[in-house]
Design a protein around this ligand. Structure first.
Ligand SMILES: *Cc1c(COP(=O)(O)O)cnc(C)c1O
Length: 228
């Protein structure tokens, strides 16, 4: 085993056992939690190692990286970076799941592209707890309007909500609020059962509050030298 493979194997096992403990503590079935290995900024050789170790869900923030890596490593590929209209066609060419939709015009355009490509994409709508524009997402009051558009888009499947809590928020409070908003959202969109929340620093709290998709990068692959 190469040194890199051993490093990734160990940290992956550690993360997985922490996920299992958090699920057990919350009385949840581990089968309802999907681990997405966030491979942004890491080389495709790392993705291959993860694949060899049995992982099948990979996340990227930049479409250029996702396009290249997904060609080399089969899997379920997730896009979680901020969406720009002019990048949608490229994102749609490789992503199976998009976590970060927050504009009606993007949802409509994505659906048109997917119809052309004869492809279905699963989507999360990104929730913003504080409405700050730089992090992306929409506040709770705007969610339904976007979800209605997804629901009538033939090539898109509404999975649920995604959220990255503002850094200054206390973790427990943030995830309690996210869970409450998600419950209200499900009562209107019953199929939107998934909750994409939780990263390296907070995935156990996210699992305690019902996260179904956790997106973990640095805790598996080591700290990144730059942030895209
Ligand atoms: C980078 C990123 C992650 C993974 O972050 P880590 O802290 O490395 O686990 C998850 N979600 C989003 C939206 C990201 O940008």
């Amino acid at each position: 085993m190469t040194e890199r493979r051993e490093f990734i194997s160990n940290s992956l096992q550690d993360v997985k056992s922490r996920i299992a403990s958090a699920a057990q503590l919350a009385g949840r079935d581990i089968a309802e939690i999907t681990l997405i290995a966030v491979t942004k900024t890491y080389p495709v050789s790392d993705v291959q190692i993860l694949r060899d170790l049995g992982e099948g869900n990979f996340g990227e923030n930049r479409t250029e990286e996702g396009a290249v890596k997904s060609l080399e490593v089969p899997g379920i590929w997730h896009y979680q970076g901020q969406v720009q209209s002019r990048k949608l066609r490229e994102i749609a060419s490789w992503a199976n799941v998009i976590h970060s939709l927050d504009q009606i015009s993007h949802i409509e355009k994505l659906n048109r592209i997917c119809e052309e490509l004869d492809k279905k994409i699963s989507v999360f709508i990104q929730l913003s707890l504080d409405g700050a524009p730089d992090r992306g997402g929409v506040v709770e009051q705007e969610l339904a309007e976007l979800a209605d558009v997804v629901a009538t888009s033939s090539a898109l499947e509404l999975k649920g909500l995604m959220c990255v809590p503002p850094v200054e928020y206390e973790h427990q409070l943030a995830f309690t609020e996210i869970a409450q908003i998600h419950q209200r959202f499900i009562s209107r969109f019953p199929s939107a059962k998934s909750l994409s929340a939780g990263m390296s620093s907070d995935f156990e709290i996210a699992i305690a509050h019902g996260a179904t998709h956790i997106r973990i990068g640095s805790q598996i692959l080591g700290s990144r030298t730059y942030h895209p």
